[in-house]
Design a protein around this ligand. Structure first.
Ligand code: DC
Length: 225
């Protein structure tokens, strides 16, 4: 009998604005793998709830809404009910709303299979908070990608300024710290580095260096499969 290897997954978890999305997308591109931005799913769920006037505290109603979300990703765009949502889910307010509903276990459960459905050949790179701990516990490589809160606030500040948006460093740092605290302290799938995840601290690293490191680790992990 021959063993069939499961479709490989690289799980990249970490706090807000750590650069994990950029690194994950580039790693996926380098390997020809699919890419899952799980945070976008939480962001869209919060956006759909606010649009449909569902309270961000109503766990049962949010779970119901999450189960029936008409959601697709095409070429980096998030499509909800056939319409691109654009930057509406990328604001700080949208991130805060996503972080609030992400603390609700029924909502998380409702989104679980939807995320697992992204595991398609030849492989998947998934980024979020619980990719390695809950969604893909058998991932071939688990990376916990982080950077100091100050550096993350600086990066977010630069991004907003480059987009021509108004930005202020102090409130951004404060917001990041609050979001970190909420994501870490919640009881449902908290943000954590699991024992089997490797730590990648990108403070002082550029994107290419971070991508390269993940590719090296992935190639090492693939040799031992
Ligand atoms: O990665 P992001 O900033 O786009 O995620 C937005 C929020 O969604 C984040 O503050 C916490 C939540 N989230 C989560 O709880 N689990 C995930 N796998 C991804 C995101």
């Amino acid at each position: 009998m021959t063993d069939v290897l499961p479709i490989p997954v690289i799980a990249i978890d970490g706090p807000s604005a750590s650069g994990k999305g950029t690194v994950a997308a580039l790693v996926a591109q380098a390997l020809g793998f699919h890419y899952l931005d799980s945070g976008a799913i939480y962001r869209v769920a919060a956006y759909a709830a606010q649009r449909g006037e569902v309270s961000l505290e109503d766990e049962a109603a949010l779970a119901e809404l999450a189960l029936h979300l008409q959601l697709r990703f095409t070429g980096g765009e998030v499509i909800l009910d056939g319409e691109p949502v654009g930057d509406a889910i990328r604001s700080e307010a949208a991130g805060r709303a996503a972080s609030r509903i992400a603390a609700l276990p029924a909502l998380r459960l409702a989104l679980l299979e939807r995320q697992r459905a992204f595991r398609l050949a030849p492989g998947l790179v998934a980024d979020g908070r619980d990719m390695g701990s809950v969604v893909f516990p058998d991932a071939r490589l688990k990376v916990f990608l982080t950077a100091s809160a100050e550096e993350r606030a600086q990066r977010r500040y630069k991004q907003l300024i480059e987009k021509g948006l108004d930005a202020n460093l102090a409130p951004l740092l404060q917001d990041l710290r609050e979001r970190d605290a909420r994501d870490v302290a919640r009881s449902a799938a908290p943000l954590q580095q699991t024992a089997d995840a490797v730590l990648l601290d990108t403070t002082g690293l550029n994107i290419q260096q971070a991508v390269q490191q993940v590719l090296v680790w992935y190639s090492q992990a693939s040799k031992t499969v």
